[in-house]
Design a protein around this ligand. Structure first.
Ligand SMILES: [Zn+2]
Length: 605
């Protein structure tokens, strides 16, 4: 009512004066950016297959949190933090972990040694190195003795990087990449003293997303020939979108071109490495997988240079919600987040997919209602003994329990929430299934509280609003207290109730008649307070299970005031269903008295 009046008032105000259209000043942005920024020219693809593909299995994963992620932190991880992070990654099931740039510093070298000495046998430790001899030697040294190790070299191949940063021709680039590869080979898999390690090799043409596709292919063919991979231990060609320059479909085209043109495809593992400059890293990675990629490099919650690397949590759980195991364990999302936030010293955004605080919460009334209906149907089926494991809950693509999150957090209540939200909280916290018309009234009380506080109400605040507002089990006020009562039967229809109540410390006798105990008690109150009460709604349900089962009763009573008809609710909970309904009536009567609508009788002391 209040809102529609405000909208009407605004409409009237606007209609009576004319507001000129806004002309944005374009203080910094160019009105025509086409001279400064040129659209990326994607290579022409004759035909593409990837749009018809689907993701059917998990890729190989490489975590680069400790390398790409760590090198981009304002405050890099301490050695202790790197260790904690490393063990978390192993615990989640990562089999390939890029741990450092060991030739860059003694700290990185020492940590690589730690990882080599503490990695399970099936985990490959990967280290990055520039294509320079003394750095390669130092890197191989850092990995010596590992069960599995991967040396990762890279070279600028994009026109811009070759020309501006490195001043190198395409031929020079190929020669340098081949030379580095041969050196790594000589120092690792060809060295008889290095046979205890399963050596793998990764090469990154950088920045692949901006490299002419024919040249990326040409340099990788040369590197492959120099390394001579096997089907058992394929060479890894990492094809990084070091800078994301185009829409994800262009990246997929480039991956498909590479995948379908590289020779001896069975001896090649195509790896994606997407940065998130345009905010499309997840999409580009997924389209890359459709286009033939076998492996995904990224970071937990997407840490990394600038806008970060692709977020492995999102890519992995996207697969999971399609029924595909990512082969990574995100069961304990809270502890994963804690480790990541503690070590990175960067908070995970509240809206981060899957892991963010707010992503399994619903505030809006219609969303809450839909979610509640989804859960109710699930529980109904369960009660009927129907086994249906399929997850079908509106607005929740993932069962929060699968990643260790609570249902209690799913529905949250602020001033925008409808009746369903507050009722859900009461159902979850007190087990009380409030009748529909009571929910409407209760949600109004909750909204008033949320509005007054100007914030969301916590679950315990909502339960205390209920207890106070409805005089839950007469806990909030007891102006009239029941001392004792007895109901006598007269024939099949007539009941007479006689009892004693305490009003302001004085014992008063009451008596009423009706066709049952409830109606005779209501009649007794009508006489006592000289107001005609009528029960307008009564429901009950059991609470808890086994020997601790209780009954919950809800009653609303109508009565006349000088302003017309009014009603109030009461709640009673007791081990005995008769007692719980009597408690509910007392709770309701006390509510009515407390509201001031009905006065207590004068008792002579
Ligand atoms: Zn990167």
């Amino acid at each position: 009512m209040k809102r529609s009046f405000v909208a009407f008032a605004e409409h009237v105000t606007r209609a009576t004066r004319s507001i000129p259209p806004v002309r944005p000043p374009y203080k910094n942005m160019l009105k025509d950016p086409s001279k400064k920024y040129r659209a990326f020219q994607p290579p022409k693809m004759q035909s593409r297959k990837w749009p018809d593909n689907t993701i059917t299995k998990a890729p190989r994963w490489l975590s680069t949190d400790l390398r790409d992620g760590n090198q981009s932190l304002p405050d890099p991880m301490s050695v202790e933090q790197k260790k904690e992070y490393f063990h978390k990654l192993v615990g989640m099931g990562f089999k390939e972990i890029e741990v450092s740039f060991p030739s860059a510093s003694q700290t990185d070298f020492d940590f690589t040694r730690y990882a080599v000495e503490n990695a399970p046998d099936d985990v490959s430790i990967q280290a990055l190195v520039q294509s320079r001899e003394h750095l390669i030697r130092r890197t191989v040294e850092s990995l010596t003795g590992a069960k599995r190790a991967t040396i990762h070299t890279y070279l600028a191949t994009s026109d811009m990087f070759r020309e501006i940063v490195f001043n190198m021709s395409q031929e020079q680039a190929i020669a340098k990449a081949v030379e580095a590869t041969k050196l790594v080979r000589k120092l690792t898999k060809d060295d008889p003293s290095q046979q205890a390690t399963r050596w793998s090799y990764e090469f990154s043409p950088e920045c692949f997303s901006d490299t002419p596709p024919e040249f990326a292919l040409q340099i990788c063919e040369a590197v492959k020939q120099a390394w001579e991979p096997t089907v058992d231990n394929p060479i890894i060609f990492n094809l990084p979108a070091t800078i994301e320059v185009a829409t994800p479909n262009v990246y997929a085209d480039l991956i498909e071109y590479f995948s379908t043109h590289i020779s001896e495809r069975e001896k090649v593992c195509i790896s994606t490495h997407n940065h998130n400059d345009r905010g499309c890293a997840v999409a580009a990675t997924e389209l890359g997988l459709l286009a033939g990629a076998d492996r995904v490099e990224g970071c937990i919650f997407g840490n990394g240079e600038r806008t970060g690397n692709v977020d492995i949590v999102t890519v992995g759980l996207n697969m999971y919600t399609q029924g595909i195991s990512p082969n990574l364990d995100f069961s304990d999302m809270t502890s994963i987040r804690e480790v990541v936030e503690r070590c990175n010293k960067i908070p995970v955004p509240q809206r981060a997919p899957y892991g963010g605080d707010l992503v399994v919460c619903a505030f809006s009334g219609s969303h809450q209602d839909a979610i509640k209906k989804g859960f109710a149907l699930q529980e109904k089926k369960k009660a009927q003994g129907i086994e249906d494991p399929l997850w079908r809950i509106p607005y929740l693509p993932l069962d929060p329990k699968d990643i260790g999150r609570d249902y209690e957090a799913v529905i949250r209540v602020n001033s925008q929430s409808g009746k369903g939200g507050a009722a859900w909280v009461i159902l979850r916290s007190l087990g009380l299934d409030l009748p529909k018309s009571m929910q409407v009234e209760f949600s109004k009380a909750v909204q008033d509280n949320a509005d007054a506080l100007g914030r969301e109400l916590k679950a315990d605040e909502i339960t205390s609003v209920l207890k106070k507002h409805y005089n839950y089990n007469n806990e909030a006020c007891r102006d009239i207290e029941l001392m004792e009562y007895d109901v006598q039967k007269f024939g099949s229809e007539r009941r007479v109730l006689a009892g004693k109540v305490k009003i302001n410390g004085q014992i008063v006798s009451i008596e009423g008649t009706g066709n049952g105990p409830i109606s005779s008690l209501v009649d007794a109150f009508s006489k006592l307070l000289n107001v005609r009460f009528a029960v307008s709604n009564y429901t009950e349900h059991s609470l808890g299970s086994g020997s601790s089962t209780q009954a919950a009763s809800y009653v609303s009573m109508t009565y006349n005031t000088t302003d017309g008809k009014a009603y109030k609710w009461g709640i009673g909970v007791s081990e005995d269903v008769g007692d719980s309904s009597v408690e509910a009536i007392f709770s309701c009567i006390n509510n009515i008295v407390r509201s001031g609508d009905v006065a207590l009788p004068e008792i002579s002391k």
